[in-house]
Design a protein around this ligand. Structure first.
Ligand code: TXA
Ligand code: MG
Length: 335
């Protein structure tokens, strides 16, 4: 299949919407990461999304809407707090899970009776959704690889497997949306993102953080968010997450042979092995913006092991830590 490159302009947006309405699949930019979209009401198109990504059938998709009025069509038993959260955080990087209406095919939710919904803030995404229908869209990467924050990463993974890519700029946030479920009491954070736990507490004071956010689910354990159980975001090279201060980290990586470091900018000059920087330690937003790019480029360093200096778990740092611990297959070294 020839994958069309569409511009993020009026004509490109119209073409993308047309392909989607006709049952095609299109990668679109959002403020978090690029998504691989299909009409959420079209079971056949949704099946194509799973196929192109090589995504396990038991991992449900997020439904994207452009207007709060559209929430009722896809979700039911919507608590009042959800409208408050929507007012505060939508459009933006928050996904909320509700009971699913019959309009949403079971395959979107991988057979669960719930549905995850989000309203992106990216202008191009919003316009495409308005002109098509609610869109089911996972991140536009091959399953297991880092989520794409640039159009070229989408092409790297999916060229020839999807109908089109809307070529826009780099994603502003860089990590996927915060996912919470409102089906449980109290509500639970399933995946951290740019909407932080601290901010969520303003609307959901009793919100719980799912154990899978920071720890490896035990074998056979039922996870609330199926996506949490898979090894994710991983370079091919063996990757480790390293906790410690600058002095400890620098000494540790410099003593390793055939290894590379993913480090903070302020450490760059002191590290003698190959390295990639992902921002300064105290600027979690920049770390989030760069983390997937760095993970994608890590294999180019052609070493036997990659040691990543762990970020703080403050604010959006928790999301960065959550992605890195999966990239490292839960191998954490505490110095
Ligand atoms: O920022 C984002 O959320 C991006 C952009 C494209 O919107 N999308 C994204 O989708 O990250 P995906 O499919 O890569 O991640 C969706 C996550 C998975 O961990 C999945 O298991 C979880 O949300 N999820 C989706 N529906 C769910 C449901 N009904 N119950 C529990 N978890 C759900
Ligand atoms: Mg994904």
């Amino acid at each position: 299949m020839l994958t069309k490159r569409l511009k993020a302009d009026k004509e490109g947006i119209e073409q993308a919407a047309k392909i989607l309405k006709n049952g095609g699949i299109v990668a679109i930019p959002t403020e978090t990461v690029y998504g691989l979209a299909a009409s959420a009401y079209d079971e056949n198109a949704v099946t194509k999304v799973f196929g192109a990504k090589g995504r396990p059938q038991d991992n449900p998709l997020i439904v994207h809407i452009a207007d709060i009025e559209d929430l009722k069509a896809v979700a039911k038993d919507i608590p009042n707090s959800a409208y408050k959260a929507a007012e505060r955080f939508w459009p933006g990087p928050l996904t909320m899970i509700f009971k699913r209406t019959d309009k949403i095919p079971a395959s979107v939710s991988a057979g669960l009776d719930t549905v995850a919904v989000r309203m992106p803030s990216d202008k191009t995404a919003r316009e495409i959704i308005k002109q098509s229908l609610p869109l089911a869209a996972p991140s536009a990467n091959t399953s297991g690889k880092p989520s794409p924050t640039k159009a070229k990463y989408v092409i790297e993974d999916l060229d020839g497997k999807i109908d089109a890519v809307v070529m826009s700029g780099d994603c502003a946030v860089g990590v996927e949306s915060t996912v919470i479920t409102l089906v449980t009491n109290p509500p639970r954070l399933l995946r951290p993102g740019a909407v932080t736990v601290e901010e969520l507490k303003e609307i959901f004071p009793d919100i719980a953080v799912d154990s899978a956010v920071l720890a490896e689910p035990k074998k056979g354990e039922r996870v609330s968010s199926p996506g949490m159980k898979y090894k994710h975001y991983a370079p091919k090279t063996e990757t480790y997450l390293v906790e410690g201060n600058t002095e400890q980290f620098v000494q540790f990586v410099n003593s390793k042979e055939n290894a590379a470091a993913v480090c903070f900018s302020e450490e760059e000059g002191k590290i003698t092995v190959p390295k990639l920087c992902y921002g300064t330690a105290d600027d979690e937003a920049t770390l989030a913006h760069s983390v997937f790019s760095v993970l994608r480029r890590a294999d180019d360093l052609k070493v036997n092991a990659i040691y990543v200096h762990a970020p703080s778990k403050n604010g959006v740092g928790l999301a960065v830590y959550n992605r890195l611990i999966r990239a490292a297959a839960f191998r954490v070294i505490k110095l």
